[in-house]
Design a binder for this molecule. Structure first.
Ligand code: ZN
Length: 271
């Protein structure tokens, strides 16, 4: 390395170190002012929406068993305070599918990068065909139609299926169980999943139904393609009908239990 090169290299390193320090200081300030900053962000979007179903033992689950049990460990009358112990199937209510859910050593839910938890929301509306066919799927044509109107799917987006199933959550039609034990609800077609994997950097896909794959799926091809690729899923997302097709920001309050394959999440949107 020539003298000038060495000097430049040292200067660059010092500059980047200074930027780093300055960035750290700025982050500290932002951290301290974090609470005050939140409403400003919300104002910029207009409103905050809850995209989360309230869930209890009655909330429908894929396997048909209650997904949560509450056991009162302390009660106000006897103990002066209330406290429940919860037993939860991770895949209950509005919840995350971490890559580990369908892969041997994919990221667990605590390992999902926070940068992938606050993301642009793209809403693919298939309500019309889902109305006619409960086994309807998001296809590459549906994605292409969205892109034609709204432009490319932004980096790190959450691409969400709006099938209208959110309204059926208290009805048997939400699982759509038939006499043979089969299920019927919409999901993502494996070809649409492949298109998102190949052509976008979408961080997540979301459905307003019980599963990323539609009800009749036996091979869970969408789960097996999407999750091992390091991307994550959201199931039973609520409130999509209130969202614009593009332009909203989704805030995914994923749980952080070590080694988890997913879990109930509080999900908000700013639109
Ligand atoms: Zn799940």
């Amino acid at each position: 390395m020539c003298d000038v090169c060495v000097m430049n290299a040292v200067k660059d390193r010092m500059l980047s170190r200074r930027d780093l320090l300055r960035g750290g200081a700025a982050a500290g300030v932002a951290g301290a002012a974090g609470l005050a900053a939140v409403p400003a962000v919300a104002d910029a979007h207009g409103s905050v929406f809850d995209m989360t179903h309230t869930y209890g033992p009655d909330f429908p689950t894929f396997f048909g068993e209650p997904g949560i049990a509450l056991e009162q460990a302390f009660n106000f009358e006897e103990n002066g305070f209330n406290l429940f112990n919860l037993t939860i199937n991770e895949h209950t209510g509005t919840h995350i599918d971490a890559p580990l859910h369908f892969s041997e050593d994919g990221k667990s839910v605590d390992e999902i990068e926070v940068g992938n938890l606050v993301v642009p929301l793209c809403v693919i509306d298939i309500r019309e065909k889902a109305d006619a066919d409960p086994d309807a799927q998001v296809t590459p044509d549906d994605l292409a139609a969205w892109i034609e109107v709204n432009g490319d799917i932004p980096d790190r987006s959450c691409v969400a299926m709006l099938s209208g199933w959110g309204d059926k959550v208290a009805e048997p039609a939400y699982r759509g169980a038939d006499d043979a034990g089969g299920l019927h609800f919409p999901g993502f077609h494996p070809e649409a999943t492949a298109m998102l994997l190949e052509q976008t950097s979408a961080a997540a896909m979301a459905v307003d139904t019980l599963s990323l794959d539609h009800g009749p799926s036996q091979d869970f091809a969408t789960h097996y393609a999407w999750l091992p690729a390091g991307r994550y899923g959201i199931e039973n997302l609520a409130g999509l009908e209130q969202m614009p097709p593009a332009g909203a920001t989704l805030i995914v309050g994923a749980p952080k239990h070590a080694g988890g394959t997913g879990g109930p999440a509080r999900i908000l949107a700013m639109a």
